[in-house]
Design a protein around this ligand. Structure first.
Ligand code: FES
Length: 112
């Protein structure tokens, strides 16, 4: 199973073996990553799955059929501290190509 790493606000890292074809939001919620709430269940209506994708992974994320839609961009406008690396976790499906993916959670101290 692809491994993904979540970076927390307090500097901790959590590495998780993710189910393929689950979204980042589902992986986070099912594994007790509290910073991602996923309140709308992935229907792009809440932005509580906001997270940041490591720039080294952004191209591979997009190539894995996870392009950002206009609807996602609009919903991200409602999120706090939106950056270039911001995405909605419910809109990114984990594929084998994303083994090693690094995701920063809201409040995590990164340069991206
Ligand atoms: S879970 Fe609501 S927008 Fe992603």
């Amino acid at each position: 199973m692809p491994k993904v790493t979540f970076l927390h606000k307090d500097g901790r890292k959590t590495e998780i073996e993710a189910e393929e074809n689950w979204s980042i939001m589902q992986v986070a919620v099912e594994n007790g990553i509290d910073e991602i709430e996923g309140a709308c269940g992935g229907s792009m209506a809440c932005a509580t799955c906001h997270c940041y994708i490591d720039p080294g992974w952004q191209e591979r994320v997009t190539a894995a059929n996870n392009e950002q839609s206009e609807e996602e961009e609009d919903m991200l406008d409602l999120a706090f501290d939106v950056r270039e690396s911001s995405r909605l976790g419910c809109q990114i499906q984990i594929t084998p190509d994303l083994d090693g993916l690094v995701i920063a959670l809201p409040g995590a101290k990164t340069e991206w």
